[in-house]
Write a protein of this length. Structure first.
Length: 403
């Protein structure tokens, strides 16, 4: 399979009904909302749903990554557990980030954590501690010199002597080896990318773009007054141990994500089969994964009522504008049927405006009884849909096929 040029995108759209839920809260501890089309809508941020998808993928693949600023401290903890003296373990943990580049990664003074968030395979921690063990004699020697230098400085301060300019600690661990470990990736790093410009070659452009999920109709925060009964009250007392009003939202969400298959293949060093495998898994996780906030109190474990995919060349296409005008409920109640109609009509309008020359394939699966126009091939279920979109994504562009 040849590389796609200039780009191959797989768009995923979902209409997802939610009961009373608090999937995503803001700094005011209230469910997130946004104004769109002149009305208030519930919203779930892309970061929230993306994290749920990342956790789903990592559990499925048993390939875990960590976003962290605690690498020096975690490495020091691991070395102490292995029997290293506390001062040597702390010095080695600091040396990992000092040796990551020629100048070293910046850390917060007094806390020892990195100034930037690192996104690393969890296995890198073991690899880095193994590297420290391999270079333990050099670390011990460097720590002894640093301790002696600090003692001399303290003695000079006590005598009122003029202090010399402090020298920066030199790197002890081999920088190429440390940098190579930090540059390692997992499947989710290849999918979602990594911001790490400080380490040459560690930056990864994300292949996944995800939009905030939002309600297709008007709906705001709804109050929920609740009490917790005191089970062991004092004599002659009754009542509650806790009183509070929380808020939740309900509604039918439009969700959208797109995968740049060309970028994903590039991140995987040209491994097309692995890129298609990760694409299919991402589509499964997009359908299956849910943010876990407040799940014990709301149990909002629903699935999308409809999922639509479109495989396109050159650029992705969101159908969010289908719901710029808020959907009105059906005469008998409910938003699902009018939302499907709005999505179908908007997809048909875009097919007319844009043409279908760059549309490689499309399809949908839904619990809806009636067929849906303009969304491509109907599939019996989500398993069929994810397989079909992967096969469509593997098809050559029309121009290439003609060549």
């Amino acid at each position: 399979m040849a590389a796609y040029a200039p780009a191959r995108y797989v768009d995923l759209h979902a209409l997802h009904p939610l009961p009373a839920s608090v999937l995503n809260r803001g700094e005011d501890d209230l469910p997130k909302t946004l104004h769109l089309g002149g009305v208030l809508r519930p919203m779930v941020s892309s970061q929230s749903w993306k994290r749920a998808i990342r956790m789903w993928l990592e559990d499925y693949l048993d390939e875990h990554a960590a976003r962290t600023r605690m690498l020096p401290l975690r490495a020091a903890d691991a070395l102490r557990e292995a029997g290293w003296p506390a001062d040597l373990a702390a010095f080695a943990g600091a040396q990992i980030v000092r040796s990551a580049t020629r100048e070293g990664l910046k850390t917060e003074e007094g806390r020892g954590i990195t100034s930037v968030t690192l996104y690393l395979p969890r296995t890198v921690l073991d690899d880095l501690t193994d590297l420290c063990t391999e270079h333990r004699p050099q670390l011990e020697e460097a720590l002894a010199k640093e301790t002696a230098a600090k003692a001399q400085e303290a003695e000079a301060d006590a005598k009122g002597a003029r202090r010399k300019t402090k020298k920066e600690t030199a790197a002890v661990l081999p920088t190429p080896a440390v940098a190579a470990l930090i540059r390692q990736r997992t499947a989710t790093i290849n999918l979602f990318g990594r911001m790490l410009a400080e380490v040459p070659g560690a930056q990864v452009d994300g292949a996944v773009q995800m939009a905030h999920a939002f309600g297709v109709h008007q709906s705001g925060q709804q109050p929920d007054y609740f009490t917790a009964v005191e089970d062991w009250p004092l004599p002659h007392e009754s009542g509650s141990a806790h009183l509070k009003t929380s808020f939740f939202t309900t509604g039918l969400l439009y969700r959208y994500a797109t995968v740049n298959l060309t970028e994903l293949t590039r991140n995987l060093d040209g491994d097309h089969d692995q890129a298609l495998h990760l694409l299919e898994l991402f589509a499964e996780s997009f359908i299956d994964a849910m943010p876990g906030a407040k799940k014990t109190a709301t149990a909002p474990h629903t699935y999308p009522h409809l999922v639509h995919y479109a495989v396109r060349d050159r650029r992705p296409v969101s159908l969010a504008a289908a719901f710029e005008q808020p959907v009105k409920n059906a005469p008998g109640g409910g938003y699902i049927t009018p939302a499907i109609q709005a999505l179908s009509q908007h997809a048909g309008a875009y097919n007319r405006l844009l043409g279908t020359r760059r549309l490689i394939g499309s399809g949908y699966a839904t619990a809806h009884d009636a067929p849906v126009d303009h969304l491509g091939t109907v599939h019996a279920g989500f398993d069929d849909l994810t397989g079909a979109l992967t096969r469509a994504a593997a098809q050559p562009s029309p121009a290439r096929a003609a060549a």
